[in-house]
Design a protein around this ligand. Structure first.
Ligand code: AOF
Ligand code: ZN
Length: 326
């Protein structure tokens, strides 16, 4: 149930959910573009009708509330409107002035918020600021959906660690790579799966491979098949590389400390086998995608064996993808 600071509001939870759902949809338009910021959507409702919509479109751009308020044709109506937003309005002077101040300034009497901002510079302060100015505040409408939208952002601020997603491809017989002296094709998964992987790369700020993979495959590690900016590239290992676009990290803890320092909220770990095993064994992972292609290689480097049940399977092209949560 949603908690409300006052009990006399006359909108039902179902109505709140309808407008919050639209706000969540708007937020999705920022996917892959807002990092290290969250995706946020906002609608302004007057007389049960949406009169303004906005979302945070990219890192450094105006916040969702600013866009939604700006889009209202008749600003006089703001004084009689409700504002729905998927994240607590900010209270800090960042790249933009605080959204809470703008709401107060425009005399919007009611704000419905899906979840508190986990960012320590904001958390609770935005809500408090609104309440102190007499804005009626409701928190917790579609909170699970809102949390699901910004998993890395939330995990990063709640734990101080990046959200870690593992990904590898395997053959039917459990092989993930060729031996060093085997010059056969290295590509296991299909072109369609490559699109999926590039989408993942656009949604996580950093990408990690092992030093052997970097040397043997010389991967580009970009998301050229999907919109959004390229991830920050890392490799794990002690050996040197002549690639100056890939940052060397000697351990997971060094990598995590770097991420915390640079606001890198999520990492995609793409292998090879030793790198994936080190994350699996340390337990320092959140999700995994195992792409299985309908081919047999008979010998080569063995793929990690997952010792738990997948949450779902889906197909892409000829491949089957298993999705795991830690
Ligand atoms: C909001 N609405 O649409 C977003 C918020 O550097 P800045 O000024 O862009 O601030 C970034 C922080 O503001 C971000 O880490 C998160 O706490 C919050 N994001 N807040 O009121 C928005 N994107
Ligand atoms: Zn803001």
């Amino acid at each position: 149930m949603a908690e409300s600071s006052q009990s006399h509001h006359n909108s039902s939870v179902a109505e709140h959910e309808k407008f919050m759902r639209r706000s969540l949809e708007l937020a999705v338009h920022g996917r892959g573009k807002t990092l290290s910021n969250p995706m946020v959507g906002c609608v302004i409702v007057w007389n049960n009708t949406i009169i303004g919509e906005g979302f945070h479109s990219r890192f450094g751009a105006p916040h969702a509330e600013v866009e939604a308020i700006r889009s209202v044709q008749n600003p006089k109506l703001l004084k009689e409107s409700r504002l729905y937003v998927t994240l607590e309005p900010c209270s800090h002077f960042g790249k933009t002035p605080p959204c809470a101040n703008l709401i107060i300034e425009k005399e919007i009497p009611e704000a419905i918020i899906a979840m508190r901002d986990p960012n320590p510079v904001v958390t609770g302060n935005g809500i408090q600021k609104l309440q102190e100015a007499g804005v009626r505040v409701t928190v917790g409408i579609l909170e699970p959906e809102a949390r699901n939208l910004n998993k890395s952002f939330i995990h990063f601020h709640e734990t101080g660690k990046p959200y870690v997603v593992l990904k590898w491809a395997r053959t039917l017989d459990g092989i993930m790579g060729r031996a060093k002296d085997d010059h056969g094709s290295r590509q296991i998964s299909s072109e369609v799966s490559a699109l999926f992987v590039h989408k993942l790369r656009s949604e996580l700020m950093g990408i990690v491979v092992g030093s052997k993979t970097l040397q043997l495959d010389n991967p580009q590690l970009t998301n050229r098949l999907w919109p959004g900016s390229d991830p920050v590239k890392f490799y794990l290992g002690k050996s040197k590389s002549d690639r100056d676009d890939v940052i060397r990290m000697t351990s997971i803890s060094e990598l995590f400390a770097y991420c915390q320092n640079k606001n890198i909220t999520g990492l995609l770990i793409e292998g090879g086998s030793e790198t994936l095993q080190s994350f699996l064994q340390s337990g320092e992972w959140n999700e995994a995608f195992e792409i299985e292609a309908p081919v047999r290689w008979e010998n080569g480097i063995k793929a990690p064996e997952m010792k738990r049940n997948n949450s779902e399977i889906f197909q892409l092209g000829n491949d089957l993808i298993r999705h795991y949560y830690n």
